[in-house]
Design a protein around this ligand. Structure first.
Ligand code: S3P
Length: 178
């Protein structure tokens, strides 16, 4: 049993590409942020951040990730900060194939558009904050991933095709059933 886990910065296309991959591989798609929101009784991520603080959100994120152990094989879109925690990085590697969808800070912001609802970007200068966060995380994304796909200028469909070509169509995110 092996999951296919997408990591990378906000705006990298993890959710869009993840849905395409899950559909192609015929496995469930899991959005880790959505799982956290569900566990929080339907409260959005931004509200968890503002009401409880980032530390509480991160603890919920770790719990949602750990809950994938033993779950049916799926394609998982992880939140951009999942790699910040040592244990999360260990869990990610143990869960399956980890793919880093690389995006520049400028392209990420262009794709995101309105930063409302992105607690780490909406408080101040989003351009400066995105660059700072990405620089701090780049090494963690790379060291956690089994492979990196540079998404610059690519459509979600093209990124999904590259992921499938790289991981071997049907080899990741399946439990041998098909
Ligand atoms: C975060 C990314 C968000 C979400 C939260 C924190 C981050 O997910 O988990 O706002 O630290 O980069 P996406 O990467 O899906 O936007």
């Amino acid at each position: 049993m092996s999951h296919l886990l997408l990591i990378g910065f906000m705006g990298a296309g993890k959710s869009t590409v993840g849905r395409l991959l899950a559909s192609h591989l015929e496995v469930p798609f899991v959005d880790l942020d959505a799982e956290i929101e569900r566990a929080a009784g339907g409260r959005p991520v931004s509200e968890i951040f503002s009401a409880e603080g980032e530390a509480v959100f991160r603890a919920m994120e770790s719990a949602a990730l750990a809950a994938l152990e033993g779950a049916p094989a799926s394609v998982v879109a992880c939140g951009g900060g999942v790699v910040l925690d040592d244990e999360n990085r260990r869990v990610l590697k143990s869960l399956g194939t980890v793919v880093y969808l690389k995006v520049s800070a400028a392209e990420a912001l262009a794709r995101i558009g309105d930063v409302a609802g992105r607690p780490l970007l909406e408080r101040g200068d989003a351009t400066a904050m995105a660059a700072t966060l990405l620089t701090a995380r780049e090494t963690l994304y790379r060291s956690t991933a089994d492979l990196t796909i540079d998404t610059a200028g690519l459509s979600a469909e093209a990124v999904a095709e590259r992921v499938l070509a790289a991981v071997g169509d049907g080899e990741a995110a399946q439990d041998g059933a098909s």
